[in-house]
Design a protein around this ligand. Structure first.
Ligand SMILES: C[S@@+](CC[C@H](N)C(=O)[O-])C[C@H]1O[C@@H](n2cnc3c(N)ncnc32)[C@H](O)[C@@H]1O
Length: 268
């Protein structure tokens, strides 16, 4: 159902940009799906911008149609002229389409990089360090590639909204005492996803990030709703590392997760 009520837009939010992104129809209305996307991105922008003050570079990974990057530019980078945004997406046609939107909006401090997240780590198109890293619904292990990217780029701030997660579900064992926790397919996926996010959070903590895990938005707007915010506050955290290691001892297969590909200790 369409609505002409635009009170859901933020003051100063560009209607022209939202039309280019097909969030608003050409007539300036919102439909149910586009309202959901708008709310998700607005909430994320609201939650991350307090952490961006003083930072110079931000990378959005698995950017897709760059809803987040373009709206973040509209609502924050416009007035923060010393900040550069990098949008990284492996599908070149999406990069080409969003480049055109950025150009027509005169957003000249967004740099688009057509690359996988893994390859972007060493891309000459990106600076050696990136201050802030975001990934909104980066599929499956792309969230783990994002964590590896953020660590290698010395990110001070990371915001992740993980997507579906299949890797851990495949690793959950059969024949053990705990199997009833994941005997049914839906439980296996949900438990695998939950466990992966627990390990992601603990891993980031062990590397010296202060981690907050919360809801992005009401469940009516998205089922993939967990938000992990991580702020680098110290070089490392041995207590968190010990907790991570003892959890991994109870589930040795989890050491094979892509999350730990660059972590010699977790791989054991
Ligand atoms: C579910 S979409 C989300 C897009 C966008 N972040 C958003 O929330 O609208 C996931 C995107 O991540 C991209 N992606 C998945 N794995 C990737 C990888 N390893 N490297 C780069 N992009 C990836 C996909 O091509 C897709 O565009």
């Amino acid at each position: 159902m369409s609505s002409t009520n635009l009170s859901e837009l933020w003051p100063g939010q560009s209607q022209a940009l939202l039309k280019s992104l097909h969030i608003l129809t050409p007539q300036g209305t919102l439909n149910q799906d586009s309202r959901r996307k708008l709310k998700q991105v607005q909430h994320l922008v609201q939650l991350i911008t307090p952490h961006l003050d003083g930072l110079k570079t931000i990378a959005d990974l698995g950017a897709g149609k760059s809803y987040l990057g373009l709206m973040l530019y509209d609502l924050y980078l416009r007035s923060h002229e010393d900040m550069q945004l990098f949008a990284i997406e492996q599908r070149r046609e999406l990069i080409d389409a969003t480049k055109r939107i950025a150009f027509s909006s005169s957003f000249d401090r967004i740099n688009f990089v057509a690359s996988s997240i893994e390859e972007a780590v060493n891309s000459p198109e990106l600076p050696p360090e990136i201050d802030a890293v975001t990934a909104l619904h980066a599929c499956d292990t792309a969230t783990d590639d994002t964590i590896t990217f953020a660590i290698k780029k010395n990110a001070k701030f990371i915001a992740l909204v993980p997507c579906c997660q299949a890797e851990m579900a495949r690793l959950l064992g059969k024949g053990g005492a705990l199997d009833n926790l994941w005997r049914h397919g839906i439980h296996r996926r949900e438990f695998g996803s939950h466990l992966t996010n627990v390990l992601r959070s603990l891993y980031l903590e062990s590397l010296g990030y202060k981690v907050r895990v919360t809801e992005l938005i009401g469940w009516e707007h998205s089922m993939k709703n967990e938000l992990i915010l991580a702020e680098k506050i110290q070089r490392g955290n041995p207590a968190a590392r010990r907790q991570l290691d003892s959890l991994l001892e109870t589930m040795p297969d989890a050491r094979r997760l892509k999350l730990f590909a660059g972590d010699a200790l977790a791989q054991g």
